[in-house]
Structures are given as structure tokens and as C-alpha cells.
Design a protein around this ligand. Structure first.
Ligand code: PRT
Ligand code: ZN
Length: 210
């Protein structure tokens, strides 16, 4: 038996379940139980918040998981990224008030930047020699400039609509992400063998999706 961590609800939940089901594995959604067993494959699903999936997989609470690469990179836990899954695509970008003029990264020197991804941003600034004040905030990052608690933001963007409706413009695309299958490093034995079978099926789904 192998244990797969999926997001309970949210942007990745439906497509994660869809890919497992397309692989021919019969599983229940998270509405009934937070831990449930597939009826025709040696797999059980543990439903978690996406933020908790990298740790759960690194610690072996789950053997594998489906989560955004952004969460894997931000949390920094040691997991193997086995396969990108082609959904949940987004980027994490720096954005500033739309009336500001922007030339290059030196704009951010000494500025306050609100984000839920302080580690990814901190590494990016360090490697580019930018000294800025990173303010970690949990939700509604995009309103931080309007309410005066930050000069700029570093947040997830997909269509860009949220930035526009908050009077912001995207000036640097820093990190590209999509959903990925991750695993506890060094899974072997029976679990390793089940994982190979699962990867084979996911490969077939990917080929049939084109
Ligand atoms: O409850 P839980 O903690 O599990 O979920 P969550 O609320 O933390 O995450 P959720 O469900 O919003 O997102 C899960 C994952 O989906 C993220 O970690 C990304 O990997 C991926 N993803 C893909 C996105 C987006 N696209 C996205 N557009 N996550 C968030 N957004 C948000 C973004 O934060 C911003 O507020 O959507 C807004 C921007 O969208 P646009 O289209 O207006 O640019
Ligand atoms: Zn989350």
C-alpha cells in the first residue's frame, strides 16, 4: 500500500483526482473521508492543505503527493520531484503600482515587499544583490500596496486579472510552477514497486492527453 497526499479542496483538488481516476484508479473525493482507500489499486489518499503536503511527504506521513512546485520550493523540505503534471500552472511575480515607472530590479532596493513566499523571494534577491524588506503575510497579498503596508508584492499570477483589478502591474516573472508528483526520497521495496506501476499509468495518461 502506498499513501498519496492530495489537496482537500482548492485549485489543485479536482485535477489531482481527475489524473488519478484517468489512470484507472477508483478513489473517493474528500467530501466523505480525509483518508480513503482506492478499491482497485494498492493506494490510499490522505487529504491535506496544500501547504502541509511537502512536509507530510518529506516526513513519510505520506509516501507521495501532488502539490504545486511553488510550495515545494518555498518549504524547502527534502522530497523527490518525480513528474510535472501539466496543470495548476502559474508563476510567482513581482508587481508594483501601475503608475510607477520601472527599469530594472534595482527598483526594489530598500522597498517593502509583501509576500507569502519569503524564501523564494529572499533567494532571488540575494542572488541578484538586492537588499529589500520582505514582509511575510498570509493572505490577500495584492491589497498590501493599496493599504500602505508594502510598496510592492511578490505573488502568484495566472491570468493577471487580480493584479489589474488591484491597480498593480507585473514587472518580473521570477518562478514558474505547475502541479507535480513528489515522493519521499528513497522509496523502495513494495512501495517502490507500487510507485513504478503508478508512474507507468500516469505516463499513459500524459500520452493520451497529448
Ligand atoms: O486551502 P489550501 O491551503 O489547501 O489552499 P490555498 O488557498 O493555499 O491554495 P489554492 O487552492 O489557492 O492554490 C493551490 C495551488 O494552485 C497554488 O499553490 C499554485 O501552485 C496553484 N495555482 C495556480 C494558483 C493559481 N494558479 C492562482 N491563480 N494559486 C493561486 N492563485 C491565486 C493567486 O494567489 C492570486 O490571488 O489566484 C490569484 C491570481 O490569479 P489571476 O488569474 O487573477 O492572475
Ligand atoms: Zn495553502
Amino acid at each position: 500500500m502506498i499513501r498519496l497526499a492530495l489537496q482537500t479542496k482548492g485549485r489543485l483538488n479536482e485535477e489531482s483526482l481527475a489524473i488519478i481516476r484517468e489512470a484507472g484508479i477508483k478513489v473517493e473525493d474528500s467530501k466523505r473521508k480525509l483518508l480513503s482507500r482506492a478499491s482497485n489499486f494498492p493506494l490510499e489518499i490522505l487529504y491535506l492543505r496544500d501547504d502541509d503536503i511537502p512536509h507530510a511527504v518529506a516526513a513519510g506521513i505520506a509516501d507521495i503527493g501532488i502539490v504545486g512546485e511553488n510550495e515545494v520550493a518555498e518549504k524547502g523540505f527534502k522530497v523527490d520531484v518525480l513528474q510535472k503534471l501539466g496543470f495548476g500552472k502559474c508563476r510567482i511575480s513581482l508587481a508594483i503600482p501601475k503608475g510607477e515607472s520601472y527599469q530594472d530590479l534595482s527598483y526594489f532596493r530598500g522597498k517593502r515587499i509583501a509576500t507569502s513566499y519569503p524564501n523564494i523571494l529572499g533567494e532571488f534577491f540575494t542572488s541578484n544583490g538586492i537588499n529589500a524588506d520582505i514582509e511575510e503575510i498570509a493572505g490577500s497579498v495584492e491589497i498590501a500596496p493599496a493599504v500602505g503596508i508594502a510598496d510592492a508584492i511578490f505573488d502568484i499570477v495566472s491570468s493577471g486579472g487580480t493584479l489589474i483589478s488591484n491597480g498593480l502591474k507585473e514587472v518580473e516573472k521570477v518562478f514558474y510552477s505547475e502541479a507535480a508528483l513528489i515522493a519521499t526520497p528513497g522509496l523502495g521495496g513494495e512501495k517502490g514497486e507500487i510507485l513504478s506501476r503508478l508512474l507507468f499509468r500516469l505516463g499513459a495518461v500524459e500520452r493520451s492527453r497529448g
